[in-house]
Design a protein around this ligand. Structure first.
Ligand SMILES: *[C@@H]1O[C@H](CO)[C@@H](O)[C@H](O)[C@H]1NC(C)=O
Length: 401
């Protein structure tokens, strides 16, 4: 093997030095080793008026096609987008989307109101979203719904379907038409420092909805909305919720479950260190009063603070809206092994603990430990129907188990 010509060595060193400088000075390459696709260079306009969906989809197509990790960048500004579907499968498992701007839905709710979703990711693996504001512009649709007129059902702001290894951090969702964020059919999803904001009387604006998913974690988030802060649907296991501030809203709800005869259950859910402020419910389990093979088991509610909450602790197995399709029937959903540990604060109604279980499938293994809930500075009350379990430690209201 011949050594390189002596004259070629300085040239090689110079090239190497230039390359290193280029990598160091280009933050996207230095940080992730990824190529960055800026939506503006694909024609997106930060003017809040020009529909930028095509530009976002082109940036996505490039990132998705890349065999190396890829990054998408949304700079500051308001980007108007109609419905956008980000489809996998992709050629890499590391697409990071950094959003410094705001994505804005059309203000006319008819534009996406019947589309089900506004921003939908499906069949993706290893996608992360960092920062950004998603403005669903839902106020027009809420007004329509609240007026009793017939209106579109609305679009969920951000949904991941049939996807794995997803991270959503530092994202803000404003005024969704329907749900803010939905996780459906996913495995290994982490949501962190998410902010959800919508009016307390906005209809069906659940903060984060999880269903048919495993290994979902929701941390350090602040949810103020008109429906459930977090709702948990059938087929959810391994859900961890910690350090969440909820309210206004309808609380954290497992259910509604058992609407269908055949339904996968919910298990292994931990809800830890949550503050509920002025909410309709605190921690709730809810099932339709009709036959089903669904179940709820192995649930831990721990370290919750209730501030003026209508129903701080509730299991309602007789859900039957408008008395349609279920009058006189019992829920088939089996509720077992539910622990309430260190739940304290104030109730806005006299009955702070209500277990209204199925006559056909009584609740079993309900465990209460260190519960202190007051109503107007007096001990609140508890009510149990078809509920079996134990109470230990300090318990107020007095246990009815
Ligand atoms: C639920 O948790 C139990 C005990 O921690 C574990 O044995 C079981 O595999 C988990 N089930 C699911 C479906 O995650």
């Amino acid at each position: 093997m011949a050594n390189p010509e002596p004259k070629a060595i300085p040239l090689l060193l110079l090239l190497l030095k230039s390359f290193l400088l280029f990598v160091l000075l280009n933050p996207s390459l230095a940080q992730a080793g990824a190529i960055t696709y800026n939506v503006v260079s694909f024609g997106a306009k930060p003017d809040g008026k020009t529909d930028s969906a095509k530009a976002f989809l082109n940036a996505w197509a490039n990132a998705c096609r890349s065999t190396a990790p890829a990054a998408i960048y949304v700079p500051p500004g308001r980007f108007l987008l109609g419905k956008v579907v980000f489809n996998g499968q992709c050629s890499n498992k590391a697409i990071s989307i950094t959003i410094d701007g705001t994505l804005v839905a059309p203000s006319n709710y008819n534009a996406i109101g019947n589309a089900g979703n506004w921003l939908l990711f499906q069949h993706v693996d290893g996608v992360s979203i960092h920062g950004g504001v998603l403005d669903g512009q839902g106020t027009g649709l809420w007004a329509c719904k609240n007026s009793g007129k017939s209106c579109p059902s609305g679009a969920t702001t951000l949904q991941f379907s049939n996807s794995n290894n997803i991270f959503i951090g530092g994202l803000t969702s404003l005024n969704s038409q329907l749900f803010h964020i939905a996780i459906n059919g996913c495995h290994n999803v982490k949501l962190q420092a998410v902010t959800v904001t919508a009016a307390g009387n906005s209809p069906n604006t659940d903060g984060i909805h999880v269903q048919m998913s495993t290994g979902v974690t929701i941390l350090n988030s602040k949810i103020r909305t008109g429906d459930d802060c977090v709702s948990v649907g059938p087929g959810t296991s391994g859900l961890w919720i910690e350090n969440v501030a909820c309210g206004p809203g309808h609380g954290i709800s497992i259910g509604s479950l058992g609407k269908d005869q055949n339904e996968p259950g919910v298990q292994n859910v931990t809800v830890k260190t949550v503050t509920f402020t002025g909410t309709q419910n605190g921690v709730r389990i809810k099932s339709w009063g009709r036959p089903s093979n669904g179940f709820v088991k192995n649930i831990l509610f721990q370290h919750a603070v209730m501030v003026n909450v209508q129903n701080p602790i509730v299991i309602d197995q007789n859900y039957c809206p408008d008395n349609k399709g279920c009058p006189g029937q019992a829920s088939g959903v089996k509720v077992s092994d539910v622990t309430y540990q260190d739940i304290r604060g104030t109730s806005a109604s006299q009955v702070a603990v209500r277990f209204d279980c199925s006559s056909k499938n009584p609740c079993s293994g309900i465990r209460m430990q260190d519960v202190k809930l007051t109503y107007q500075n007096q001990p609140a009350q508890a009510s149990c129907i078809h509920a079996d379990g134990t109470a230990t430690g300090f318990i107020q209201p007095e246990s009815c188990l």
